[in-house]
Design a protein around this ligand. Sequence first.
Ligand SMILES: *Cc1c(COP(=O)(O)O)cnc(C)c1O
Length: 390
Amino acid sequence: MTIKELPTPCYIVDEGLIEENLKILAGVMERTGARILLAQKAFSMYALYPMIGRYLSGATASGLYEARLGAQEMRAPLEKEGKYCENHVFSPAYKEEEIPELLEYCDHIVFNSWNQVKKYGERAKALGKSIGLRINPECSTQEGHAIYDPCAPGSRLGVTRKAFEEGIRKDGGFLLSLLDGLHFHTLCEQDADALEETLKAVEEKFGGYLKGMKWINFGGGHHITRKGYDIPRLERCIRHMKEAYGLTVYLEPGEAVALNGGFLAASVLEVVHNGIHIAILDTSAACHMPDVLEMPYRPPLLHSGEPGEKPYTYRLGGPTCLAGDVIGDYSFDQPLQEGDRLVFGDMAIYSMVKTNTFNGMPLPSIVLKDRTGEYKIWKRFGYEDFKERL
Ligand SMILES: *Cc1c(COP(=O)(O)O)cnc(C)c1O
């Protein structure tokens, strides 16, 4: 099957490109001894979990379903190959009824408050689990994306130093004695300078508690596989925490694992004019690439330019009723015509995991491009997928 024969809309996940990312991450692990996990919330296309598990230390989950997927699709197949994949979970609050199953799937469980440690910590410990608490170092390093800043004032994510020490005072340090590690996650698509700054805040506020711990988890948001990312600086950060405190360092990137590792192919359905040229596609920003509207950003589009850069400029929009279902403005060498194929880049992350069927929109098929360049349809979706959620 060639790319022209694929049904649209479809995501194309490129195994070879994702493997390139995994090699970069494996290099960091080899040189520093850090353990890197896939944050499944960014990329849960489990057809590639066996390959990811061969390079990385395992997976991390945002809750029960991802934890189960990681256990079934990464840990189980890798166990057959004789490799143990770790399975971690963090949630702002766990439900009582989820705990037995979570403890079955996970070996690390990270809590978001002292009260959650109190509720579930001893039970986890009794089963030999490694337990952690998420801290909030109150060190914002990003501008403009308040919804992605867990250090913003009023954040519910992580325990501030004040709350950390209050908790210890309250129970005389018993809950602290249950902890094996501390976890922070404060970055989003950032470089190692932001990590370095954050680590300074972590050491300043929580350094006194790190000596008694086994591990520290740097969370995600490290854009390690982006061209130009300062890998030596990242490695200095990892080595520093290892050497100064004797800690095992975990990183749990989502984006960096599958960055630029996938595409979304769409077709032009119609061209209309209203002061500008507008192409209506069979894919929707609102349904198939919600981060375009949420972040917001303009996704890369192969063989296109900035508006006005090439002779023919179009606004690309979806077929839904939402006036704002606009992907962005792009220019082309030739006028767009019904049936033309457009291929958006960097569509492996935060795409398939976020789709919805608003307006009854069909879900894009998922296609796997293997290392030989062969395209295989992995999933097709239909009317039932829309109906069964309602
Ligand atoms: C989102 C998230 C990640 C992954 O973040 P990326 O930006 O995809 O690297 C890791 N850990 C936690 C706790 C997260 O919330």
